[in-house]
Each structure stands twice: as structure tokens, then as C-alpha cells.
Design a protein around this ligand. Structure first.
Ligand code: BDR
Ligand code: CA
Length: 379
């Protein structure tokens, strides 16, 4: 049974978390000290997960009590912050349904020195010094790094000036963390990938067996009918197409959240006004960066408002009912200079594990969820 599945009538993950909330993730906006409670919530979750999966414990599947739907979903977030990555981190770290085990950082929107700094600043803003942040690969597998300052500004978080982060990076490389954590994980983990897939690909190249320990990758990347950095290629895949190909070939469940979806999730003035109206330090930060974000995308698309890509991944994990999917397969163009990084989506074939292609989104629902979580959650 998938960890994303919610049975009905269910005592839901959210409901049980109301009970666990006082002990679980620290979601306040103040700078609280290191928080061991995240580990506590994960341990409770893990114990319940194992209890439901291990037949000798004698817990038969129960029609009205889906334990997996009740516990925080353990996830690792791999990202390249970036404004929309930052908003995705805010959403994830303020959502008690998710137990973020670590943030791994890669070069992408801006160079690694800035993406790792931005991740540390976001965690400090949220008072989440308990989340380890690992720096990963400073460049793609084969190609030179391409960055996106036109969308995210010179620092990657244009519009906000956050204090220099005191929170240190976790020691060790992000790829080593991924390999060791997945190898030793008693149950498969979910990965939310918001940037170029370099870290994930290197981990899979080092130890291919970790694919079996990945419950699912929910990725923002690619396009079905459009590109954003070239007419046919999306930024995350274009930056490291070889890494993307390694990931698609590794044979684990993947949810593919492309530009065809995220281009519907626009930062319209009314949505930004709703976020501004929340009036919390976290929503104030979101308002500041979103007011500067994505001008180049708006010009390209001719839209009022820019696409808010990466938070869709977290919204999918929290509320899969806001999206629809259908099975397919994805291949990445590696050889043509004209169409490099294009993701070619075709119908599922019986000899390959299908990719879940996201086909529709309730954009209003995504913004409602985001706006609520940017407010006074748990404090
Ligand atoms: C993706 O590219 C980056 O600029 C964004 O952070 C997002 O992950 C959209 O193409
Ligand atoms: Ca990103």
C-alpha cells in the first residue's frame, strides 16, 4: 500500500498529527533551539510503518484505520534554492504531515555556494535548526553549469535580505548522505526533487541498489508540450540531462510534475495579496521574494504572474487529490544540440515501470494550501 494512500473513512494523518503536533515538528517562526522532536515523530512513524508491514506483528490491514496515512511521511528534499524552492521548503517545513529528514542541495538556479546558503537561511527563518542540510554536487555530470539569475536574482532569493546563517552545513557530502541513509533505511523513503538531478544520479551510480529503497521520487522537471530554457527543454532537466536520464532509467516509482502543470500555478496579484494579508514573518518573506520572482517567465509566457513550480511537488505530497495522474514513460534527449534536455513523454509500455505523469492541477487549491501553511501554524 502506498504511503500516499488515504483510506476512507480514515483517521487521517492530519487528525493524528493534531495529537502528535505538540511533540512533532517545530513549525514556529521563531529561532528555536535544536529540535529532537522531529526524530521522535519519525521514530513513531517508522515504528507504526513497520508494525503495519511486518506480518508477525499480527496487524492485519484494517479497513478504517490506515496507519500509514496517519503518520508523518518521511521525505528528503533535494533542491537548488531559488525562490520557488524556498517557497516549497516553507510549505514542507510548516506541514506536520511531512517529516523532513534532511535537505540536500545542488547547484542549479545559482551556484552551490549560494544554494546551500539559501537553504540554511530558510531553515533559520523557520527556526528549523534540526534539519540537516548537506551540500552536494557543484556542477552537472557532463555539462557546464547553467544558472537562472534572470528568474531568481543574483543571490537566488532576490527581494529578501535574510541574516547571514549561523546554522552550519551538516558534515559530509549530500551524495554520501543519500547513499548511507537509503542503504540503512528500514523502510523506503520518498524523495522530493526540486532541482537538477545530479545528486540523485551520482548516488544511484555509486550504489544502484538504493533504487529499491526509494519509495517514490516526486520531481519538478521537464515539459510535455513546452520548455522554458529552450523552446522544448525545462531548466532542471536541461541543466543536467544526463543525470535525469540516469534517474529515469533506474526503475523506481516516479511522479513527473512538468511545466504543463506548473504553468497553471501562477503568482497572480490576488494570490500574492492573500499571502501578503497573512501577516506573519514567514508570509512576509514569501511576499518579498515572490514580488520579484519570475519576471522573465511572465514575459515569455505573456501571463500575469509567474509559475510557482517547486511548491507543486510538496503540495502533491500533502494533497494528491489536487492533482490527477496517468501512467506514461519519459525519455530525455541527450544528443541533439537543438532539443537537448527535452523530455519525451509517451504512453506506458508493459516492459517498463510506468512514470506517473501529472495531468491536471487544482491551482486554487494549491494556493489555498500554501497560504494557510504560511500563517500561524502551531504558534
Ligand atoms: C525549475 O527551474 C528552476 O528555475 C525552478 O526552481 C524550478 O525548479 C522550473 O523550470
Ligand atoms: Ca528548483
Amino acid at each position: 500500500m502506498s504511503q500516499l494512500q488515504v483510506s476512507a473513512p480514515a483517521i487521517t494523518r492530519s487528525a493524528v498529527l493534531l495529537f502528535f503536533m505538540p511533540f512533532a515538528n517545530s513549525v514556529n517562526g521563531a529561532g528555536s533551539a535544536a529540535c529532537p522532536s522531529n526524530r521522535y515523530a519519525s521514530t513513531v512513524g517508522l515504528a507504526l510503518t513497520l508494525a503495519q508491514d511486518w506480518p508477525p506483528w499480527g496487524l492485519p490491514a484494517c479497513p478504517f484505520l490506515d496507519l500509514k496515512a496517519m503518520i508523518p511521511l518521511p521525505i528528503i528534499i533535494d533542491c537548488d534554492p531559488g525562490v520557488d524552492d524556498a517557497i516549497a521548503l516553507l510549505l514542507a517545513l510548516r506541514s506536520p504531515e511531512l517529516a523532513v529528514q534532511a535537505i540536500t542541495v545542488v547547484a542549479g538556479n545559482v551556484p552551490l555556494a549560494l544554494t546551500q546558503r539559501n537553504a540554511r537561511q530558510i531553515c533559520e527563518l523557520l527556526g528549523r535548526r534540526d534539519i540537516p542540510i548537506y551540500a552536494g554536487c557543484p556542477r552537472p555530470l557532463v555539462r557546464s553549469l547553467v544558472t537562472a539569475e534572470d528568474i531568481h536574482g543574483k543571490t537566488g532569493l532576490e527581494g529578501a535580505t535574510l541574516p547571514d546563517p549561523a546554522l552550519p552545513l551538516a558534515s559530509g557530502h549530500a551524495v554520501s548522505y543519500l547513499v548511507e541513509t537509503l542503504q540503512s533505511a528500514p523502510a523506503p523513503l520518498t524523495l522530493a526533487t526540486l532541482g537538477p538531478l545530479t545528486n540523485i544520479a551520482v548516488a544511484l551510480i555509486q550504489v544502484p541498489a538504493i533504487a529499491a529503497k526509494i519509495e517514490r521520487i516526486v520531481m519538478m522537471g521537464g515539459g510535455i508540450t513546452q520548455g522554458n530554457i529552450t523552446p522544448v527543454a525545462e531548466f532542471n532537466i536541461y541543466v543536467d540531462p544526463h543525470a535525469a536520464q540516469v534517474v529515469f532509467a533506474a526503475g523506481m516509482p516516479i511522479t513527473f510534475l512538468s511545466l504543463d502543470i506548473t504553468h497553471q500555478v501562477l503568482t497572480t496579484p490576488d494570490r500574492l495579496a492573500a499571502i501578503r494579508a497573512v501577516g506573519h514573518p514567514v508570509s512576509d518573506f514569501a511576499t518579498a521574494v515572490l514580488s520579484h520572482y519570475g519576471k522573465a517567465d511572465e514575459a515569455l509566457l505573456g501571463t500575469v504572474g509567474a509559475p510557482l513550480h517547486d511548491p507543486c511537488v510538496i503540495a502533491y505530497l500533502l494533497r494528491p487529490d489536487l492533482f490527477t495522474t496517468e501512467p506514461g514513460q519519459v525519455q530525455v534527449e541527450l544528443n541533439s544540440s537543438l532539443t537537448l534536455g527535452q523530455t519525451v513523454v509517451s504512453p506506458a509500455s508493459p516492459d517498463r515501470l510506468p512514470v506517473d505523469i501529472v495531468r491536471s492541477v487544482d491551482a486554487a487549491g494549491v494556493y489555498e494550501l500554501l497560504t494557510n501553511r504560511l500563517g500561524h501554524v502551531g504558534n
